[in-house]
Design a protein around this ligand. Structure first.
Ligand SMILES: [Zn+2]
Length: 272
């Protein structure tokens, strides 16, 4: 079942020009969050800055939302009275972000979405990822010569519904972390358990529901759901994955599915 909200096909349904900062003043990650939250508040897309900032920073501690190639997608799942609140900031000098590739960030897309609409974030994330993966498109955003040009380029982003394909973009680190947390939960004391459960819930809410259900089924049955690929071999079933898939997985942060055992596959080289 698809909610009415998920039928929006353009990012510009959610993003208007005043929600775009052409050149961020921020020098740090948190300053950038504050600047973007100011915009959301001015545009009446959020009521209070502080609780959203706290949530965004909590999420950030779990795993950097700097997805690499100079782009970051900080986000929070909160009811702010809107379905979705988005703000975008560009930094000409770049911001130290602790991104997964260690490089500075030049474009920050902040997303706050309503928990009453599960799947909304995936809908937006999948659409953004599809565009942002293109180096020429990123270049246009980073090098836009005016606020109007930047907004025009961002308006081209089309959204698509996330699908359970054989590849899920940019989520391997998060899924691996969820597995680590679930395993840790089994051996932890009550006090620690609460914190682990909160972390797990934070991850679950932003992964596709079908993916999470499949993950839980495997965890229950085998005690693990995500397997590394080591030298072209799935560590879940010890059978070679196809050559093409093996090289695609290598060093990538995308999730693949083993054609033999059905477990999620991640690169043994991607984690640090
Ligand atoms: Zn396998």
């Amino acid at each position: 079942m698809i909610a009415e909200h998920l039928k929006s096909t353009h990012f510009s349904d959610y993003l208007h020009q005043p929600q775009v900062i052409y050149d961020l003043k921020a020098k740090t990650k948190v300053e950038a969050f504050e600047e973007l939250l100011d915009v959301l508040k001015d545009q009446k897309l959020i009521k209070n800055r502080k609780p959203v900032l706290t949530r965004v920073c909590d999420r950030e501690r779990l795993e950097s939302t700097g997805i690499g190639h100079g782009v970051a997608l900080p986000h929070a799942r909160m009811d702010t009275g809107q379905d979705l609140a988005v703000a975008v900031g560009r930094s000409s000098e770049g911001i130290e972000y602790d991104a997964i590739d260690g490089r500075p960030v030049y474009l920050i897309i902040m997303v706050v979405w309503n928990p009453a609409i599960p799947g909304l974030f995936n809908h937006v994330f999948a659409g953004l990822a599809k565009f942002l993966i293109n180096p020429n498109y990123r270049k246009r955003l980073f090098e836009a010569t005016s606020a109007a040009n930047l907004f025009k380029a961002l308006s081209e982003i089309e959204l698509q519904l996330p699908e359970m394909e054989d590849r899920i973009i940019h989520r391997a680190g998060l899924l691996w972390k969820l597995q680590e947390i679930e395993i840790a939960k089994k051996n932890s004391k009550a006090k620690q358990l609460k914190e682990l459960k909160e972390q797990a819930d934070l991850i679950r809410t932003e992964l596709d529901m079908a993916l999470v259900e499949r993950f839980d089924r495997f965890m229950e049955r085998y005690g693990f759901a995500v397997a590394e690929v080591d030298n072209g071999v799935c560590m879940g079933c010890y059978i070679n994955v196809s050559t093409g898939m093996g090289s695609a997985i290598d060093g990538s942060n995308d999730i693949y599915v083993c054609e033999n055992c059905g477990k999620f596959l991640v690169s043994s080289k991607k984690k640090d």
